[in-house]
Design a protein around this ligand. Structure first.
Ligand SMILES: [Zn+2]
Length: 320
Protein backbone atom coordinates (compact mmCIF):
# COMPACT_ATOMS: atom_id res chain seq x y z
CA UNK A 1 0.00 0.00 0.00
CA UNK A 2 1.18 3.52 -0.74
CA UNK A 3 1.82 5.68 2.29
CA UNK A 4 -0.54 8.49 3.21
CA UNK A 5 1.25 11.52 4.75
CA UNK A 6 -0.90 11.57 7.90
CA UNK A 7 -0.76 14.59 10.17
CA UNK A 8 -0.79 14.39 13.95
CA UNK A 9 -2.14 16.65 16.64
CA UNK A 10 0.26 16.91 19.55
CA UNK A 11 -1.85 18.54 22.25
CA UNK A 12 -5.66 18.49 22.10
CA UNK A 13 -6.07 21.08 24.96
CA UNK A 14 -9.59 19.99 25.90
CA UNK A 15 -12.13 22.53 27.03
CA UNK A 16 -10.55 25.73 25.72
CA UNK A 17 -11.05 27.63 22.49
CA UNK A 18 -7.75 27.75 20.63
CA UNK A 19 -7.21 30.32 17.89
CA UNK A 20 -6.12 28.10 15.00
CA UNK A 21 -6.06 30.68 12.18
CA UNK A 22 -7.10 34.36 11.91
CA UNK A 23 -10.77 33.38 11.54
CA UNK A 24 -10.87 29.88 13.03
CA UNK A 25 -11.10 28.82 16.67
CA UNK A 26 -11.35 25.20 17.73
CA UNK A 27 -12.66 23.57 20.91
CA UNK A 28 -11.91 19.85 21.23
CA UNK A 29 -14.30 17.55 23.08
CA UNK A 30 -12.84 14.97 25.42
CA UNK A 31 -14.23 11.96 23.52
CA UNK A 32 -11.11 10.25 22.20
CA UNK A 33 -11.62 6.84 20.57
CA UNK A 34 -10.55 4.60 17.74
CA UNK A 35 -12.88 6.59 15.46
CA UNK A 36 -12.48 10.13 16.79
CA UNK A 37 -8.72 10.40 17.40
CA UNK A 38 -8.29 12.93 20.25
CA UNK A 39 -11.96 13.84 20.02
CA UNK A 40 -14.43 16.01 18.13
CA UNK A 41 -13.10 19.42 17.08
CA UNK A 42 -15.85 22.03 17.10
CA UNK A 43 -14.96 25.07 15.00
CA UNK A 44 -16.01 28.67 15.65
CA UNK A 45 -15.68 30.97 12.63
CA UNK A 46 -15.31 34.74 12.95
CA UNK A 47 -15.13 37.18 15.86
CA UNK A 48 -18.15 38.47 17.71
CA UNK A 49 -20.42 37.42 14.88
CA UNK A 50 -19.78 33.74 14.37
CA UNK A 51 -20.73 30.38 12.88
CA UNK A 52 -20.24 27.10 14.72
CA UNK A 53 -19.41 23.90 12.82
CA UNK A 54 -20.25 20.48 14.32
CA UNK A 55 -21.18 21.34 17.91
CA UNK A 56 -20.29 17.79 18.89
CA UNK A 57 -21.36 14.99 21.24
CA UNK A 58 -23.55 15.22 24.34
CA UNK A 59 -20.83 15.85 26.88
CA UNK A 60 -21.41 18.37 29.67
CA UNK A 61 -17.85 19.64 29.75
CA UNK A 62 -17.80 20.20 26.00
CA UNK A 63 -21.13 22.00 26.15
CA UNK A 64 -19.79 24.25 28.93
CA UNK A 65 -16.57 24.91 27.04
CA UNK A 66 -18.54 25.94 23.95
CA UNK A 67 -20.82 28.18 26.00
CA UNK A 68 -17.77 29.90 27.50
CA UNK A 69 -16.10 30.26 24.11
CA UNK A 70 -19.05 32.06 22.49
CA UNK A 71 -20.10 34.13 25.48
CA UNK A 72 -21.02 37.66 24.40
CA UNK A 73 -20.90 36.73 20.73
CA UNK A 74 -23.70 36.42 18.25
CA UNK A 75 -24.01 32.92 16.78
CA UNK A 76 -25.45 33.33 13.33
CA UNK A 77 -25.42 29.75 12.09
CA UNK A 78 -24.89 26.20 13.31
CA UNK A 79 -23.41 24.18 10.48
CA UNK A 80 -23.41 20.39 10.64
CA UNK A 81 -21.31 18.18 8.35
CA UNK A 82 -23.33 15.00 9.00
CA UNK A 83 -25.47 13.43 11.67
CA UNK A 84 -23.12 10.99 13.36
CA UNK A 85 -23.40 11.19 17.10
CA UNK A 86 -19.98 12.71 17.64
CA UNK A 87 -20.92 15.66 15.38
CA UNK A 88 -24.54 16.80 15.58
CA UNK A 89 -26.23 16.12 18.96
CA UNK A 90 -25.20 19.38 20.71
CA UNK A 91 -26.69 21.36 17.81
CA UNK A 92 -30.13 21.22 19.43
CA UNK A 93 -28.81 22.70 22.68
CA UNK A 94 -26.86 25.43 20.85
CA UNK A 95 -29.92 26.33 18.82
CA UNK A 96 -31.94 26.68 22.03
CA UNK A 97 -29.24 28.81 23.63
CA UNK A 98 -28.57 31.16 20.72
CA UNK A 99 -31.64 31.07 18.47
CA UNK A 100 -29.33 30.37 15.52
CA UNK A 101 -30.62 28.00 12.83
CA UNK A 102 -29.13 24.57 12.28
CA UNK A 103 -27.94 24.15 8.70
CA UNK A 104 -26.97 20.94 6.86
CA UNK A 105 -27.60 18.92 3.73
CA UNK A 106 -30.52 17.24 5.46
CA UNK A 107 -31.43 14.68 8.12
CA UNK A 108 -30.17 11.12 8.02
CA UNK A 109 -30.84 9.67 4.60
CA UNK A 110 -32.67 6.39 4.31
CA UNK A 111 -30.33 5.40 1.56
CA UNK A 112 -30.92 2.07 -0.05
CA UNK A 113 -27.42 1.74 -1.35
CA UNK A 114 -26.35 -1.84 -0.82
CA UNK A 115 -29.78 -2.93 0.39
CA UNK A 116 -29.50 -6.02 -1.77
CA UNK A 117 -26.54 -7.02 0.34
CA UNK A 118 -28.34 -6.74 3.66
CA UNK A 119 -29.67 -9.60 5.67
CA UNK A 120 -32.33 -9.29 8.33
CA UNK A 121 -29.88 -8.76 11.12
CA UNK A 122 -29.70 -5.26 12.49
CA UNK A 123 -26.00 -4.77 11.94
CA UNK A 124 -26.35 -5.15 8.20
CA UNK A 125 -29.89 -3.95 7.73
CA UNK A 126 -29.51 -0.52 9.29
CA UNK A 127 -26.90 2.13 8.70
CA UNK A 128 -23.45 2.96 9.88
CA UNK A 129 -23.94 1.80 13.45
CA UNK A 130 -20.46 0.48 13.79
CA UNK A 131 -19.58 -1.18 17.07
CA UNK A 132 -20.71 1.59 19.28
CA UNK A 133 -18.99 1.00 22.57
CA UNK A 134 -15.41 1.16 23.67
CA UNK A 135 -13.82 0.32 26.97
CA UNK A 136 -15.32 1.57 30.24
CA UNK A 137 -18.83 1.61 28.87
CA UNK A 138 -18.35 4.83 26.95
CA UNK A 139 -20.67 4.96 23.99
CA UNK A 140 -19.75 6.76 20.88
CA UNK A 141 -19.35 7.96 17.96
CA UNK A 142 -20.06 6.46 14.61
CA UNK A 143 -23.68 5.86 15.48
CA UNK A 144 -26.32 7.91 13.77
CA UNK A 145 -28.11 10.85 15.36
CA UNK A 146 -31.55 10.16 13.93
CA UNK A 147 -33.03 13.10 15.85
CA UNK A 148 -31.11 15.60 13.80
CA UNK A 149 -33.28 17.52 11.37
CA UNK A 150 -31.83 20.87 10.26
CA UNK A 151 -33.82 24.10 10.13
CA UNK A 152 -32.25 24.94 6.80
CA UNK A 153 -31.22 22.42 4.12
CA UNK A 154 -28.49 23.72 1.84
CA UNK A 155 -27.52 22.44 -1.59
CA UNK A 156 -24.10 22.06 -3.13
CA UNK A 157 -22.47 25.40 -3.95
CA UNK A 158 -24.91 27.54 -1.99
CA UNK A 159 -23.80 30.07 0.58
CA UNK A 160 -24.66 28.30 3.82
CA UNK A 161 -24.07 31.29 6.09
CA UNK A 162 -22.45 34.74 6.08
CA UNK A 163 -21.24 37.00 8.85
CA UNK A 164 -18.90 39.93 9.43
CA UNK A 165 -15.72 38.99 7.56
CA UNK A 166 -16.65 35.42 6.65
CA UNK A 167 -18.62 33.43 4.08
CA UNK A 168 -19.33 29.71 4.42
CA UNK A 169 -20.28 27.78 1.32
CA UNK A 170 -21.72 24.25 1.09
CA UNK A 171 -19.73 21.55 -0.72
CA UNK A 172 -21.74 18.33 -0.96
CA UNK A 173 -19.53 15.30 -0.33
CA UNK A 174 -21.59 12.11 0.09
CA UNK A 175 -19.77 8.84 0.76
CA UNK A 176 -18.95 8.60 4.46
CA UNK A 177 -22.68 9.21 4.88
CA UNK A 178 -25.28 10.03 2.26
CA UNK A 179 -25.82 13.48 3.81
CA UNK A 180 -22.20 14.54 4.31
CA UNK A 181 -21.51 18.21 3.64
CA UNK A 182 -18.19 20.06 3.72
CA UNK A 183 -18.13 23.85 4.19
CA UNK A 184 -15.65 26.24 2.66
CA UNK A 185 -14.49 29.45 4.27
CA UNK A 186 -13.97 31.72 1.27
CA UNK A 187 -11.83 34.31 3.07
CA UNK A 188 -9.17 31.75 4.02
CA UNK A 189 -9.60 29.38 1.07
CA UNK A 190 -10.16 26.64 3.61
CA UNK A 191 -12.46 23.66 3.62
CA UNK A 192 -14.02 22.06 6.69
CA UNK A 193 -14.06 18.42 5.78
CA UNK A 194 -15.95 16.75 8.63
CA UNK A 195 -15.26 13.01 8.40
CA UNK A 196 -14.90 13.06 4.62
CA UNK A 197 -11.16 13.71 4.82
CA UNK A 198 -9.31 13.31 8.09
CA UNK A 199 -5.64 13.98 8.64
CA UNK A 200 -4.95 11.13 11.03
CA UNK A 201 -6.82 8.24 9.41
CA UNK A 202 -8.78 7.06 6.44
CA UNK A 203 -12.52 7.41 6.87
CA UNK A 204 -15.11 4.67 7.35
CA UNK A 205 -17.40 3.99 4.42
CA UNK A 206 -20.06 1.68 5.80
CA UNK A 207 -22.99 0.57 3.63
CA UNK A 208 -25.81 1.09 3.17
CA UNK A 209 -25.59 4.78 4.12
CA UNK A 210 -21.90 4.89 3.24
CA UNK A 211 -21.18 4.51 -0.46
CA UNK A 212 -17.70 3.93 -1.89
CA UNK A 213 -18.49 5.15 -5.41
CA UNK A 214 -19.91 8.38 -3.99
CA UNK A 215 -16.96 8.63 -1.62
CA UNK A 216 -14.38 8.41 -4.41
CA UNK A 217 -16.32 10.95 -6.49
CA UNK A 218 -16.40 13.26 -3.48
CA UNK A 219 -12.64 12.85 -2.99
CA UNK A 220 -12.10 13.89 -6.60
CA UNK A 221 -14.41 16.83 -6.06
CA UNK A 222 -12.20 18.14 -3.24
CA UNK A 223 -9.08 17.48 -5.35
CA UNK A 224 -10.51 19.74 -8.05
CA UNK A 225 -10.76 22.62 -5.61
CA UNK A 226 -7.96 24.97 -4.67
CA UNK A 227 -8.13 24.97 -0.91
CA UNK A 228 -4.98 25.96 0.91
CA UNK A 229 -5.95 23.93 3.97
CA UNK A 230 -8.42 21.25 5.03
CA UNK A 231 -9.90 21.22 8.54
CA UNK A 232 -11.24 17.82 9.59
CA UNK A 233 -13.52 17.46 12.59
CA UNK A 234 -10.95 15.10 14.11
CA UNK A 235 -7.29 16.06 14.26
CA UNK A 236 -4.99 18.72 12.88
CA UNK A 237 -5.49 20.66 9.64
CA UNK A 238 -3.99 19.37 6.41
CA UNK A 239 -1.88 22.19 5.05
CA UNK A 240 -0.69 20.48 1.84
CA UNK A 241 -3.98 19.20 0.45
CA UNK A 242 -2.83 18.10 -3.01
CA UNK A 243 -0.25 15.40 -2.15
CA UNK A 244 -2.40 14.28 0.76
CA UNK A 245 -5.51 13.86 -1.38
CA UNK A 246 -3.57 12.11 -4.13
CA UNK A 247 -2.26 9.58 -1.62
CA UNK A 248 -5.74 9.21 -0.13
CA UNK A 249 -7.30 8.45 -3.51
CA UNK A 250 -4.50 6.09 -4.47
CA UNK A 251 -5.01 4.23 -1.19
CA UNK A 252 -8.71 3.74 -1.97
CA UNK A 253 -8.03 2.55 -5.49
CA UNK A 254 -5.37 0.16 -4.22
CA UNK A 255 -7.81 -1.28 -1.69
CA UNK A 256 -10.36 -1.78 -4.43
CA UNK A 257 -7.74 -3.53 -6.58
CA UNK A 258 -6.79 -5.69 -3.57
CA UNK A 259 -10.40 -6.73 -3.03
CA UNK A 260 -10.80 -7.61 -6.70
CA UNK A 261 -7.53 -9.58 -6.65
CA UNK A 262 -8.69 -11.44 -3.53
CA UNK A 263 -11.96 -12.43 -5.20
CA UNK A 264 -10.12 -13.50 -8.34
CA UNK A 265 -7.74 -15.62 -6.29
CA UNK A 266 -10.70 -17.57 -4.88
CA UNK A 267 -11.35 -15.65 -1.66
CA UNK A 268 -15.15 -15.52 -1.42
CA UNK A 269 -16.05 -14.19 2.03
CA UNK A 270 -15.43 -10.82 3.67
CA UNK A 271 -13.96 -12.21 6.88
CA UNK A 272 -11.20 -13.96 4.99
CA UNK A 273 -10.47 -10.89 2.91
CA UNK A 274 -10.15 -8.69 6.01
CA UNK A 275 -7.79 -11.17 7.68
CA UNK A 276 -5.43 -11.18 4.75
CA UNK A 277 -5.76 -7.55 3.62
CA UNK A 278 -5.71 -5.91 7.05
CA UNK A 279 -3.14 -8.18 8.71
CA UNK A 280 -1.12 -5.08 9.66
CA UNK A 281 -4.10 -3.22 11.15
CA UNK A 282 -5.13 -3.48 14.81
CA UNK A 283 -7.79 -6.13 15.25
CA UNK A 284 -10.20 -3.74 17.01
CA UNK A 285 -10.54 -2.02 13.65
CA UNK A 286 -11.36 -5.18 11.70
CA UNK A 287 -15.10 -4.71 12.04
CA UNK A 288 -14.79 -1.27 10.47
CA UNK A 289 -12.46 -2.75 7.85
CA UNK A 290 -15.12 -5.34 7.00
CA UNK A 291 -17.55 -2.52 6.28
CA UNK A 292 -15.01 -0.92 3.94
CA UNK A 293 -14.43 -4.22 2.13
CA UNK A 294 -18.19 -4.59 1.77
CA UNK A 295 -18.40 -1.09 0.29
CA UNK A 296 -15.67 -2.02 -2.21
CA UNK A 297 -17.50 -5.23 -3.11
CA UNK A 298 -20.77 -3.39 -3.68
CA UNK A 299 -18.97 -1.06 -6.07
CA UNK A 300 -17.26 -3.99 -7.84
CA UNK A 301 -20.60 -5.81 -8.24
CA UNK A 302 -22.08 -2.59 -9.58
CA UNK A 303 -19.14 -2.30 -11.99
CA UNK A 304 -19.83 -5.85 -13.22
CA UNK A 305 -16.43 -7.16 -12.08
CA UNK A 306 -17.79 -9.34 -9.26
CA UNK A 307 -20.98 -11.35 -8.66
CA UNK A 308 -22.56 -12.09 -5.31
CA UNK A 309 -24.54 -15.09 -4.03
CA UNK A 310 -26.45 -14.90 -0.77
CA UNK A 311 -26.99 -11.98 1.57
CA UNK A 312 -25.48 -10.40 4.65
CA UNK A 313 -22.93 -12.54 6.44
CA UNK A 314 -23.73 -15.50 4.19
CA UNK A 315 -22.82 -13.53 1.06
CA UNK A 316 -20.14 -15.09 -1.15
CA UNK A 317 -18.34 -13.23 -3.90
CA UNK A 318 -17.02 -14.56 -7.20
CA UNK A 319 -15.29 -13.06 -10.21
CA UNK A 320 -17.65 -12.26 -13.08
ZN1 LIG B 1 -18.93 10.31 10.89
Amino acid sequence: MSAIPFVTLDDPRYGVAVQASPLIRRVIANNPSKYTYFGTGTYIIGHGDVAVIDPGPLLDEHRDALAAAIEGERVRAILVTHCHSDHSPLAAWLRELTGAPTIAYGPHGNANVGADFADDEADFATDAAIDATIEEGVTLEETTDLEFDPDVCVADGEVAAMGVGWTMRAVFTPGHTSNHMCYSLDEEQSLFTGDHIMGWSTTIVSPPDGDMRAYIDSLRKVMDRNDTSLWPTHGAPITSPTPFLEAFLEHRLEREAQVLAAVRSGQSDIEGMVKSMYADVREELHKAAARSVLSNLIKLVDDGAVTVEGKGKAARYFPS
